[in-house]
Design a protein around this ligand. Structure first.
Ligand code: FMN
Length: 148
């Protein structure tokens, strides 16, 4: 069993695209030895991240990420034990919606709209999460390119 945590957040107004390099290199440095992998998406001022790995390591990283000034309004979408990794061997992948299939990009967009600004809640949140997990499980087939 591994643990999969998904959250969305809003980029801080002083966040610049240049900060992404720093975030991705910290992620590589810190996550890999802990066995934590996943996917980070940044689009239109919002982050979407999936963290997968041993539960204590995932929660430890998430705690650190929560305190990062570069984003706020962090809203946990889902945190569940899972039998297998969706992002096996990816390190911390990075993708923009252009890298995703149109269907997955729409799901991610929808999810950030539902959860991003108002915090968890809202009528169709559970349905969106179910859809999204379904999409993520087919991610290997739907993604065309993403760099690590
Ligand atoms: C949206 C977002 C996602 C991040 N994801 C990770 C991550 O997966 N792993 C990680 O170690 N740091 C991540 N960070 C960076 C951490 O908040 C923190 O800056 C970093 O872990 C510090 O690393 P260092 O102590 O090695 O310098 C993320 C930051 C942001 C804003």
């Amino acid at each position: 069993m591994i643990y999969r945590l998904i959250y969305v957040s809003l980029a801080h107004p002083r966040f610049g695209i240049d900060h992404l390099d720093d975030i991705l290199s910290s992620s590589r440095r810190n996550n890999t030895p802990l066995g934590v992998g996943g996917l980070l998406i940044y689009h239109a001022g919002r982050f979407f991240q999936v963290l997968e790995g041993p539960k204590p390591a995932v929660l430890g990283r998430f705690n650190r990420i929560l305190a990062d000034w570069r984003h706020w309004e962090v809203a946990m979408v889902d945190a569940v034990p899972a039998a297998t990794r969706v992002f096996d061997g990816w390190g911390m992948g990075y993708a923009t919606p252009e890298d995703l299939s149109p269907a997955l990009a729409r799901e991610v967009q929808r999810l950030t709209e539902v959860v991003g600004l108002d915090g968890p809640g809202g009528p169709d949140r559970d349905a969106v999460i179910r859809d999204l997990i379904g999409f993520l499980e087919g991610f290997d087939e739907t993604v065309e390119s993403a760099s690590i």
